[in-house]
Write a protein that binds this ligand. Sequence first.
Ligand SMILES: N[C@@H](CCC(=O)N[C@@H](CS)C(=O)NCC(=O)O)C(=O)O
Length: 188
Amino acid sequence: MIKLYGSKMTSAFRCHLLLKEMGVPFEEVPIDLSKGEHKSEAFLKLNPNGKVPCMVEGDFILWESMAINRYLTHKYQPALLGNSPEQAALIDQWSYWAILSVQPHLFNLFLSKEAAIIEQSKAALSPMHQILDNHLAGKTYMLGDNFTLADINVGSVILVNMLVKNDISAFSNIGQWVQTLFARPSFQ
Ligand SMILES: N[C@@H](CCC(=O)N[C@@H](CS)C(=O)NCC(=O)O)C(=O)O
């Protein structure tokens, strides 16, 4: 049985979403960050970075949420990686974009109390949301008609806007896509 360390309120969220989407059974191992459980000796043996998520399947240990999601998809539902090398590459492109370019600014909105940092992050996010909104025009999902791992990986980042109460209602294509995602049992 797969063990997933980290709660849904962390970067483990996208791994939870994917496992639910694929219907793969797993055990959620809560790691209380407020109690420093991610820095415990036992957890550092699994992930020396002291961060969640971490996945353990048998004697295979994997950390970094995007790597975990790619592994799980490849193993359990490769159709979610699209139907060509090009589609798989586009899934990677959007996944890296979301976690490397977008997420740091959303984390700033979540963690920072400094008005200047918050304003800078909001200003940086706006053109990125515009890029995504333009991309989603006329599409149901990130890659077109079919739901793929890109929807989970990018969706899990974009939904942080709701958590930090960053208004993205001006981006109507993103809004429509988010509603489509929310209709899926895994996202519910
Ligand atoms: N790039 C990593 C980020 C992991 C990460 O930053 N996790 C946070 C929770 S969202 C964490 O464990 N923070 C604890 C710490 O940094 O001490 C991933 O996507 O897995």
